[in-house]
Design a protein around this ligand. Structure first.
Ligand SMILES: [Zn+2]
Length: 231
C-alpha cells in the first residue's frame, strides 16, 4: 500500500510501505495548485524528470534541507551539485538504481529539459520519465512531461505497470487524446492525470480522458491536491 499525495501540477509525494517519503518533481513555491498549508517535513528520495522550473523550482532548497538521495539525469545532478546538493544519483535512460526500498528505471520522454539559472538557460540533458518498482512487486509509470510515443509499448512489455501518471494538459505535453493512446500503449488499468489546469493554457481535463478510455476499461483517478489516497 502506497500513500499518494498530489501537490498540484506535476508534483507528488509518495509514502512507501516502509514509511520512506519520495518527492517527485518538487514545485511548491509559486505553484498555483499547491495545497494550502501542506508541509514537507521529511524526504528520503527525490526524483526529477527534467530541468524545467515547474519540476525543479524547490529541488535545491528541499534537497539541502532534508538531504534525500536525488535521482535525475546526469546533467541535472551535475547542476544540483554546483548548487551545493549532495548525494545525487545521476543516471540515464534504460538504467535502473535503487534508493532505499524503491527501484527506479529511467525511461524516455519526448520533451525538453533546459534549466533556468538566473537569466541563463543551461543544458539539462534529456527529459525523462520513471518506472517505479515498489517493494510489493507493483509498478507505476511516471511519464513526466511528454507527448505520446510508440516506445511506451516497450515499457508495457518490459514492466507492465499497474498505474500510470500521465500529463493531459496540452500545450507543453500531450492532450487527453494522446494520453488515451498512451494509456493503451503502457497498458495500465489506472491512470492519474497530471499537468493540467495549472494555467489557462493547460486545457485538457480528466473528464475528457475518462471518456476516451472508457471502452478500454481504464479507470481515470482524479486526485485532489493535498488529499492523501492509498494505492
Ligand atoms: Zn512541466
Amino acid at each position: 500500500m502506497i500513500e499518494i499525495i498530489w501537490l498540484g501540477h506535476g508534483t507528488f509525494q509518495l509514502k512507501l510501505e516502509s514509511g520512506e517519503i519520495v518527492l517527485i518533481d518538487p514545485w511548491i513555491n509559486g505553484n498555483p495548485k499547491s495545497p494550502q498549508g501542506f508541509k514537507i517535513d521529511h524526504i528520503d528520495t527525490m526524483l526529477i524528470t527534467h530541468g524545467h522550473f515547474d519540476h525543479v523550482a524547490d529541488a535545491v532548497q528541499l534537497a539541502k534541507k532534508f538531504k534525500p538521495k536525488v535521482i535525475a539525469n546526469f546533467e541535472i545532478c551535475a547542476w544540483l551539485e554546483t548548487k551545493g546538493v549532495q548525494n545525487t544519483g545521476g543516471m540515464n535512460k534504460g538504467g535502473s538504481q535503487t534508493a532505499g526500498s524503491l527501484k527506479v528505471t529511467m525511461t524516455h520522454a519526448l520533451h525538453s529539459s533546459g534549466i533556468q539559472d538566473g537569466t541563463s538557460m543551461l543544458y539539462g540533458g534529456e527529459a525523462a520519465g520513471f518506472i517505479l518498482h515498489f517493494a510489493d512487486g507493483s509498478k507505476a509509470y511516471f511519464a513526466g512531461d511528454t507527448s505520446v510515443f510508440s516506445d511506451m509499448a516497450l515499457y508495457r512489455e518490459l514492466y507492465a505497470p499497474d498505474l500510470a501518471f500521465l500529463p493531459i494538459g496540452d500545450h507543453y505535453t500531450m492532450d487527453p487524446r494522446q494520453a488515451a493512446l498512451a494509456a493503451r500503449l503502457i497498458g495500465a488499468k489506472t491512470v492519474i492525470p497530471v499537468h493540467f489546469g495549472t494555467f489557462p493554457i493547460l486545457t485538457g481535463t480528466p473528464a475528457e480522458l475518462a471518456d476516451l478510455v472508457k471502452a478500454d476499461g481504464v479507470h481515470v483517478w482524479e486526485l485532489q491536491p493535498g488529499t492523501a489516497v492509498r494505492w
